[in-house]
Structures are given as structure tokens and as C-alpha cells.
Design a protein around this ligand. Sequence first.
Ligand SMILES: [Mg+2]
Length: 331
Amino acid sequence: MNSSDVINTTHQVQLQARFVGAALGTFVGDTLGMPVEGWSRKRIKERFGWLTDLQPGRLPAGHYTDDTEMMIGLWETLVSCGNLDPAVAAANFLRNYHPERGYGGRIQGVMTRLAQGADWQDVGTDSFGNGSAMRVAPVGCFFSRNLDLVKHKALISCEITHKHPQARAGAVAAAVATAMALEAGMSGRTKNPETFLPVIIELIRGLDEPSAQKMAALSDIQGGDPASLAEQITRMYRCNVMSMEAVPPALASFWYTDSFSDAVLLAVNLGGDTDTIGAMAGAVAGAYYGVSSIPEEWLAGLENGPKGRDYVIDLATRAVTMSWSATVPQV
Ligand SMILES: [Mg+2]
């Protein structure tokens, strides 16, 4: 083994930690938020104080919802095609579809049309929801070396279900944030919003100006303890199913905290669309800090059936060697 092999091996190991971190980060954030989905911040506070562990809800503790299920479909696509083929992604979404995991009504319609044999290009809705942003972490990881490519592929993944400009902007923002977090983590750079925000805003401005303005408002957030951050974020954002009200809170939860745990716990304690905001915060935090940052007790509590924890780890691991991110590292 020569020195460049050593560099490449180290690079692959670090990359794998972040691919798996983003995948399991989505999974963990989704399952932490699942039991309190739709609750207000106040109700969560009254019931749990500060929610910190996997609780049962409409699904058993540690079970994932539509966010993770659709993310799995994108990983499967990238692993089988070496690219984001939307026809394959749509077929994977349909094959994995379990309505009891909590899909929105519009996505149920998409699945019905796909099941009837409609083409992927003809099934999407005009939804401005966060459903395309919640699942997009694999795209950010896979193409992380080229942010224009991340944007392009995120838009293709979005098109299958969401055609509204706000949903498109949200998917791009979440994917680009994941890619930038991964690259920052790989090179040991800090994750402050001053470096991330201008890039993300520039990439979404042409897609949807209101989304870009909502994203830019993030820089008004002052630091503080988790309760203070939750107060500030919920004053600025509705934290609901709207893409532009959910993506910025997820990114704020990552940027204004200092660990994977603090990021996802802040996200799910905001209230509102907690599973999705948790999933998106977990994706970005996992891509930055890597899988070793995810508490063992959470990983141990994740469902592990046919498409559970081990399957997700295997998919994300296999994606590394095929990805654009796996090329020789920048030195
Ligand atoms: Mg969900």
C-alpha cells in the first residue's frame, strides 16, 4: 500500500461515517419526533419537559415514518443505478410504500397513480410541503463534491412528488446543506451559518424568492441555551408541513448547537412537524459529525426488520464507493 492508498482509505472511512451518519441521522430524528408529530412546543414541554428519548406514539418506539421510508428509496436508487434515476426512484417509493407510516394525502395520491402505471413525470402534485426535503439527504451525500450537481439532482428527486417552487427550494436547501455539512466535517471546517447561508440562499433564490428570504432570516437568530433557541426559532417559523417553514428550523437546530444530540433534540422539541424537522436536522448533523456521534442507546432502539437499521447502514455504506464524493480527496 502506498501513501495515496492510505489517504484514499482514510478518506473512504471518513466518508462512510458521514454517509451512514446522514442516513441514520434522518432515521433517528424521524423516530424521535414521531410520537409528538403535530404537537405544539408547549404541549411537548408539559408532557416531557424536554423530550430526550425514543417514545412510542402512533407507531412503536424506534419506528420510522414516511420520511425515512422515502429516504430509503433514494439510497436504493443511488446504489442500484449509480445515479438518481427518477423512474427507478418512483418505483422504489411505491415498492416501499406503507401508508400506515404516515404519508400526507397528496403523496397517497401520487402512490395511487404510480400503482396504476402512470409515468413518474405525470404523478407529482403542486404541494409546497416539506416532503421532498425530508428525504433528500442521500442526494446531498452522493454528489457532495459539486453543489450545482446536488441542486440539479435534488430537483429531479423533488419533481416526482412536488412541483411547487417552495418545495423545490426546500429540497435544494436541505440537500445542499447536507452536502456542505459533509464536506465541512470531512475537512474539519466549522459549521457556522455565515459560511453556509449565503451559498444556500444563492442556490435557491432563482427557484423561489420567499423561501430565500425565509432562509436569510435565520441569521437573526442569536445563540443561547436550547430553550432560548426553541423560543427564537418558533417565533420566526411555523415549523409546520410547509417547506419554507420547516427547512430553516431544521438547519438552525444544527447550526446553533454543538453536537448531534443537541441538534436533533432541539429540532423535535420545537413542536409542529417534529418527525420531519427532526429527520432533516439529523441528516445534516449526521453528515457533519459522523455516525459515531449518534448516541448508542438511540441506535439500539431503532427498528431493525427487513428495511430497518442494519439495512439502512448497508445501503449508505454501499453508496460510498459509487458516489461522486468518493473521488480522490482535495488536499
Ligand atoms: Mg413523517
